[in-house]
Design a protein around this ligand. Structure first.
Ligand code: PHE
Length: 340
């Protein structure tokens, strides 16, 4: 048996030595040490030996197994390391190689301005409404005190979808939607796209953006309106900015005003931007018409409010000194890049 063990061990070591991949090596292991392997076979035959011989035989078999296993483990580690080294070599990446120059995108100037405006008003406690761009005649006109055939409808050239459905001409439609669901005290802004059948030129576009503001509470007056709008103008056009009110007309506010800001370019002296007047018109506003409050089930004897509508595109052109509003809609990358 000693001879046989020596022979098995010698052959096993040779086979282990010859195996040059882990698959072959595993096969060798099964052949010698597996369930029906040669060494296991010898162990099984031990029952034929006399009880006195068995301890010695067991010891020999064990020694042979330990020797083979050790050789096997060593080879396994060797092959494994070799494979890893090969893999690392193949997958090597050069981290010093220069990368391609990826440019980061940026927010559109109108989006940036919109975010700033939202920041400004939410810091004063205003809620932000998002109302539909496709509106019914009721919300865009009728509930805003503009009944059918009212001459004020001609103030805005409307895109109609059907007789009673249209593309909103003003974010004022959101006032009604808001007051239908929420009762005073309330403060909200509504920012979004509005549509009018206007020809495109440097100051007009059939699609533009408005910031609607609405505050309704007890004892709201024109002074509250002026205070907030003055703060707004100073925040966006500079600390020294002044505002002035001019009488105007909107069906949903009474009295109504047009609001000018002192020209941030010349400080009011008169320049090309303000066409020599020292003032730039920035918005329309007024005290919410009693009829509008009543339509929304808010008692006009108990509550008053103010509303305003600011042109987002207009204040963006003023803030950045953009001389043509079309630039804000054409998405010319050379223009947009300047705002990153
Ligand atoms: N909706 C008006 C417009 O588009 C602006 C406005 C809003 C005026 C709110 C008064 C109050 O011209």
């Amino acid at each position: 048996m000693k001879e046989k063990l020596k022979d098995i061990t010698a052959r096993a070591l040779l086979a282990i030595d010859k195996a040059d991949n882990n698959k072959d090596l595993a096969a060798v292991k099964v052949e010698i040490l597996g369930k029906s392997g040669e060494l296991t076979g010898i162990l099984r035959n031990m029952k034929d030996l006399s009880p006195e011989d068995r301890p010695l035989a067991g010891k020999l078999v064990n020694e042979a197994r330990v020797e083979i296993e050790r050789a096997f483990d060593a080879k396994f580690k060797y092959l494994h390391d070799l494979e890893l080294a090969k893999k690392l070599e193949e997958e090597k990446i050069d981290i010093t190689i220069e990368g391609s120059d990826k440019k980061l995108g940026g927010l559109h100037p109108l989006t940036q301005m919109q975010n700033d405006v939202i920041d400004f008003f939410t810091s004063l406690g205003f809620a932000v409404l998002d109302s539909p761009e496709i509106e019914t005649d009721y919300y865009n006109f009728e509930a805003l005190n503009v009944p059918a055939n009212h001459p004020a409808r001609d103030m805005q050239d409307t895109f109609y979808v059907t007789d009673s459905i249209l593309l909103r001409t003003q974010t004022s439609a959101g006032q009604i939607r808001y007051m239908e669901n929420k009762k005073p005290p309330l403060k909200m802004i509504n920012i979004g796209r509005v549509f009018r059948s206007d020809d495109v030129d440097a100051t007009h576009s059939p699609v533009f953006h408005q910031i609607e503001g609405l505050v309704v509470d007890k004892h709201i007056t024109m002074c509250d309106l002026k205070g907030i709008l003055a703060k707004f103008a100073q925040r966006f056009f500079g600390e020294k900015t002044q505002i002035r009110f001019r009488p105007s007309y909107f069906p949903f506010t009474e009295p109504s005003v047009e609001v000018d800001a002192s020209c941030p370019y010349c400080g009011g002296k008169g320049c090309r931007v303000c066409k020599g007047t020292g003032w730039i018109e920035i918005l329309g506003a007024g005290i919410v018409n009693r009829n509008v409050l009543a339509t929304c089930d808010i008692n006009p004897d108990e509550f008053t409010g103010f509303a305003f509508g600011i042109g987002l595109d207009r204040i963006t052109t003023i803030c950045h000194g953009i001389n043509d509003m079309r630039l804000e809609f054409e998405n010319d990358i050379r223009f947009l890049k300047q705002f990153n």
